[in-house]
Structure formats: structure tokens, C-alpha cells
Ligand binder design. Structure first.
Ligand code: COA
Length: 178
């Protein structure tokens, strides 16, 4: 490789609108014995941690700032994952609002010996961009390009309205109980 060749594409200006694909982040983890639960399958907590890490990376790629997880919803475990499988976590920003983003994560388990892969889990997380003091900061707009990206953004808007209604209800309950 030519030593003057840059290793990465030059970064886009921080607040420039970006396509969802610019945030796509992939983590792969080979599930070993340390990842197992009592029934010799992969521990759900291991999957949740890696889902959160992949979503965080997608959020950082979109926002170019620190992010925190505000909520995780609709995490479904579709099939058990076995020890010895290679599990891939693919995270993409579905929608971006003022300081928060919804990130969708797909978890695919692959049995390398049998050459079989299957969708094992999906999740939606809300990540909030924060400054060094942990205060929310604005994120760039998201510009969907493909029909699937437009659909995901519409669906994310619906989920956000449910989340915000739930947040209001929790806050009201908190005020009533003092
Ligand atoms: C998430 C957090 C930064 C929000 O701070 P806040 O003072 O409530 O700020 P705001 O009310 O201005 O909300 C900021 C954004 O977060 C969103 N948000 C806050 N709580 C949310 C929740 N439970 N679910 C979804 N979105 C949420 C708001 O809708 C808002 O989005 P918008 O700016 O795009 O409209 C704060 O609650 C926090 O730091 N929580 C702890 C996070 C954490 O420790 N995570 C685990 C480890 S990373």
C-alpha cells in the first residue's frame, strides 16, 4: 500500500446531514465457554451487552460525540445461540431527532462448521449524544436514501411517540409518589 494513502475516508463535518449507511457498525464475537449460561447456550446478557456496544458505535459514527443509552426496547430473542457460533451485530441509525437517535441492531448467529446462519435477535435502542458533562447535545439530521431506510425512519417515529408517552407516564407516577 502507498504510505501516503489515507487509512480512512476523511470525516464529514460534524453537523452535516448523513445517510443511515454512514453509521452502520458491525461487531463480530466468537461465542466461547465463558459466554455460556447454565443450560450451555449463550447468556442473554452477553448478547445485550454487545447489542449496546454496536448501537453505541453507530450513534457515535452519526453524531461524532459521546453517546449514552437512554432506553432499549423491543429486544427479541428469536432462537437460542450456541457456544461455538460466530455472532455478528449490525447496528444502523434509523432516525435522528434533536439530541437522540434510534439505532436498530440485527444479531445473526453463524455456525461456521454447518455453514448455517440465522437471525437470532433484533433490538431498538435510543442513544443520546452528550457532552463531557453528560448534557444532551444536538445531532446531525439523518437523510434516508433507500425505500427501506425511509420505512425504518417512519417506523422509528411511531416507536418514539410511544416511548415519549411512556416517559410522560413514568414522570407523572414519580411526581404522584413524591
Ligand atoms: C439520557 C439522558 C442523557 C437524558 O437526559 P435528560 O436530562 O432527560 O435530557 P432531555 O429531557 O433533554 O432528553 C434528551 C433526549 O433524550 C431523549 N430521552 C430521554 N429519556 C428517554 C427515554 N427513556 N427513552 C427515549 N428517549 C429518551 C429525549 O426524548 C430527548 O430527545 P430529543 O432531544 O432528540 O428530543 C439522561 O437521562 C441520562 O444520562 N441517563 C443515563 C444514561 C445512562 O447511564 N445509560 C447507561 C450507560 S451508557
Amino acid at each position: 500500500m502507498d504510505s501516503s494513502e489515507p487509512l480512512l475516508e476523511p470525516p464529514l463535518p460534524a453537523m452535516q446531514a448523513k445517510a443511515p449507511s454512514a453509521s452502520t457498525s458491525v461487531l463480530a464475537h466468537f461465542m466461547g465457554i465463558g459466554d455460556s449460561n447454565a443450560s450451555q447456550h449463550v447468556h442473554g446478557g452477553t448478547i445485550m451487552k454487545l447489542v449496546d456496544e454496536a448501537a453505541g458505535l453507530a450513534g457515535v459514527r452519526h453524531s461524532h460525540s459521546r453517546v449514552v443509552t437512554a432506553s432499549i426496547d423491543r429486544m427479541s430473542f428469536l432462537v437460542p445461540i450456541e457456544i461455538g457460533e460466530l455472532v455478528t451485530f449490525t447496528a444502523t441509525v434509523n432516525a435522528a431527532w434533536r439530541t437522540s437517535m434510534e439505532v436498530g441492531v440485527r444479531v445473526v448467529a453463524e455456525s461456521p462448521r454447518a455453514a448455517i446462519s440465522r437471525l437470532a435477535s433484533t433490538a431498538y435502542l435510543t442513544m443520546v449524544a452528550v457532552d463531557e458533562q453528560g448534557h444532551p447535545v444536538p445531532v446531525p439530521p439523518l437523510v434516508p436514501e433507500t425505500p427501506d431506510e425511509h420505512r425504518r425512519m417512519r417506523e422509528a417515529e411511531l416507536r418514539r411517540s410511544h416511548r415519549l408517552a411512556e416517559r410522560v407516564a413514568i414522570e407523572r407516577g414519580r411526581q404522584q409518589t413524591g
